[in-house]
Design a protein around this ligand. Structure first.
Ligand SMILES: Nc1ncnc2c1ncn2[C@@H]1O[C@H](COP(=O)(O)OP(=O)(O)OP(=O)(O)O)[C@@H](O)[C@H]1O
Length: 412
């Protein structure tokens, strides 16, 4: 039974077919049942579209999404809200939502969902979906698309049935070629750290210590300050200076250079995949993790090639050593970049919302790899996510709680 007069669909696209789908949509070619939306005014709600506004903001100091403050300083939830409001003001007839709930915490997700439920009374909605739990309640049918063909049409109920795979468990994480020495017991220490942005309190009196080999999840709703903490540890956020913040035993800003700090930290965020679009093979991408360069400018040593081969086995695709990174699937690219970040067994590995944009099966595989890294190595892991990632086994969770006077945090 139709709940209202507008048609709504969810669309689940195979990992490698998303680009082709968008190219077709831009040309006005809508596959299968979506053909009913041809010639309608479509608004696209996606990270890609947000990026275009952020570009505009870079160039002109402001974008159409925000009058008072640069959109670049908005948290994920704030950016999505601004884009949705902007699209609605454009009098669109169809809203194409691309993974709208990715990287949103529960309250922001619920807020967005409520808005979308209301909106579904006035316009048609197409939801591109990766995670089954994100399926909007007013959608009854899901189209499964590969290479721009609708190959199946399933009910929402069937789509939600569980079909998880697990990661290859037989092969262990290979040890590094060289060990780090003189690493202190405490890797990261924040003592009473508070941060303000233009008088607005963001973090209040944060005390957090990460020790060798520990496995942490850093959790908190959108806008609670997770990225701010990360950028103080890994990046060069000026807010880190003058604080009681210690990395590998040194107060940040004294002693070690940013470069020396980065040498001890493996880092992965999905945004990295875009920065590595060069024509390097998967094997060379892994080898380059031992060299801290993107490409290879010298012949790799035998020992380095052999270590990369072992990693490809762990990742589950040893036969793909010579496949170009740009031709690998989204999941393979992420697995390789995590392997690359881990290949030297740095004292600390930071994973920033690593499953964003992946479907359930791919996210489950990635989570299995991270559990494996944490349990089979001495590397400490900080996994940053607003979402309670099913299957992830952190030892501790550092939870940020948003408050008027700045987020507070503690171990839960
Ligand atoms: N440079 C800046 N200037 C002003 N405000 C900022 C700046 N950077 C971040 N903020 C604000 O600080 C708050 C915390 O942002 P942060 O990105 O650290 O949160 P988060 O927990 O990582 O959020 P999300 O899960 O949405 O990515 C947000 O309200 C954001 O708008």
């Amino acid at each position: 039974m139709a709940r209202n007069k507008y048609r709504h669909f969810a669309v689940s696209i195979e990992n490698n077919a998303e680009k082709a789908f968008f190219n077709q949509i831009k040309k006005g070619n809508f596959p299968g049942e979506l053909a009913c939306f041809r010639n309608k005014k479509i608004g696209i709600f996606s990270e890609e579209v947000l990026k275009e506004y952020i570009e505009e903001d870079y160039k002109h100091g402001r974008s159409q999404l925000s009058q008072d403050r640069s959109i670049r300083t908005f948290s994920t939830g704030e950016r999505r809200k601004a884009l949705l409001e902007h699209l609605i003001n454009q009098q669109i007839e169809v809203l194409l939502l691309v993974n709208p709930f990715d990287a949103l915490d529960i309250p922001s997700g619920e807020f967005l969902q409520k808005h979308l439920v209301q909106l579904s009374e006035d316009i048609s909605i197409i939801q591109l979906i990766k995670r089954k739990e994100d399926l909007l309640p007013f959608i009854d049918e899901v189209l499964l698309i590969g290479k721009n063909q609708v190959y199946a049409r399933v009910t929402a109920g069937d789509f939600k049935k569980d079909g998880r795979q697990v990661f290859e468990k037989d092969v262990s994480i290979p040890p590094p070629l060289k060990k780090y020495d003189s690493i202190p017991e405490e890797l990261v220490k924040l003592k009473g750290v508070s941060v303000f942005y233009e008088d607005r309190p963001i973090l209040k009196n944060i005390n957090w210590t990460v020790k060798k080999g520990e496995f942490w999840q850093l959790s908190g709703p959108n806008g609670s300050g997770k990225t701010t903490i990360l950028s103080m540890i890994y990046g060069d956020n000026p807010k880190a200076y003058g604080q009681d913040l210690y990395l590998f035993g040194n107060k940040k800003g004294s002693g070690e250079t940013v470069w020396e700090i980065k040498d001890k930290i493996g880092y992965f965020s999905p945004a990295l995949t875009e920065m590595f679009q060069g024509n390097h093979s998967l094997e060379n991408m892994l080898i380059s993790g031992m060299l801290d360069s993107i490409g290879l400018y010298a012949m790799p040593k035998k020992s380095q090639i052999s270590l990369a081969e072992k990693w490809l086995k762990v990742l589950g695709f040893p036969e793909k050593a010579n496949i170009l990174f740009s031709k690998a699937s989204a999941l393979e690219q992420r697995l390789v970049l995590i392997g690359r970040a881990m290949i030297k067994h740095p004292p600390l590995l930071i994973l920033d919302e690593p499953t964003t944009g992946l479907n359930d099966e791919a996210a489950a595989l990635l989570v299995e790899l991270i559990n494996k890294i944490a349990s089979e190595s001495e590397t400490a892991v900080i996994y940053v996510s607003h979402r309670k990632e099913s299957g992830l086994n952190p030892q501790f969770i550092f939870q940020l709680t948003k408050r008027q006077e700045g987020s507070t945090g503690g171990k839960v």
